[in-house]
Write a protein that binds this ligand. Structure first.
Ligand code: DX5
Ligand code: ZN
Length: 225
């Protein structure tokens, strides 16, 4: 089984020094970058969008994993593909026809992923699971970094891991929100395979060390479950 990975989230980066910070993380072994795109409608916050991804793409060989917290993401799939996104995560709550959006993402050559807010049940995404390369479990309300991990979401992770085993689905289980060395371990024990970390990496004086500490905290995972 592949080791549990850590995806730093650009949302918490120092935008004045972003090139430098990304190089530091790359040298520390990070290979995936989580890109939180917010439109001020789906979530009560606005972050960054296509032009930022496009310019980062020129300077970086990270796997670009864009988490689209936007209404009707189907309007922008081509633009994200052209900007250099490698994977797009859409929210099941943000579109009328998530199955068709997931298919379109794949047809544009990107990985397709579904995410659900803490209050959305797994039943809502169950029919979509065969269409997903990744399922993103939100462990905070989407919109802001720096919030506390919702422990009651661990059961969702366990159930997704059980579905995956039972039906041999190909999706990766990713978790986003409130990840630190303690919650990372709980998620890995529950069956998570990639953990998004914003403030616990970029809020540290030494981001490479913070990234490494997170990797170390899940180094023994996957645990027997
Ligand atoms: C929140 C975003 C997260 C955010 C996580 O809506 O989806 O990716 O960056 O930040 P932390 O790790 O600080 O909870
Ligand atoms: Zn995110």
């Amino acid at each position: 089984m592949k080791p549990v990975t850590i995806s730093p989230s650009l949302l918490s980066a120092d935008f004045l020094r972003v090139g430098e910070q990304l190089s530091e993380l790359r040298s520390a072994g990070a290979s995936r970058l989580h890109l939180d795109v917010m439109d001020g409608l789906f979530v009560p916050n606005i972050s960054f969008g296509i032009p930022v991804i496009k310019s980062l793409r020129k300077a970086s060989d990270f796997f670009f994993d864009a988490h689209l917290m936007i209404e009707r993401p189907e309007r922008y799939l081509h633009q994200f593909a052209e900007a250099g996104a490698d994977a797009l995560t859409i929210h099941v709550e943000a579109t009328g026809n998530p199955a068709s959006v997931l298919r379109s993402i794949r047809s544009l050559g990107m990985q397709a992923a579904i995410s659900l807010k803490p209050g959305t049940t797994l039943g809502t995404i169950e029919p979509l699971l065969p269409l997903c390369d990744r399922v993103l479990v939100m462990t905070v309300e989407p919109g802001f970094g720096g919030q506390s991990f919702m422990h009651d979401m661990l059961d969702k992770i366990r159930r997704l891991a059980a579905f995956k085993d039972l039906f041999s689905y190909g999706y990766e289980i990713q978790v986003d929100g409130g990840i630190n060395v303690d919650t990372a371990k709980l998620c890995a024990e529950a069956g998570a395979e990639d953990l998004v970390a914003g403030s616990s990496v970029f809020g540290s004086q030494n981001i490479a060390e913070a990234y490494q500490n997170l990797c170390d905290s899940v180094a023994e995972a996957p645990y027997a479950r």
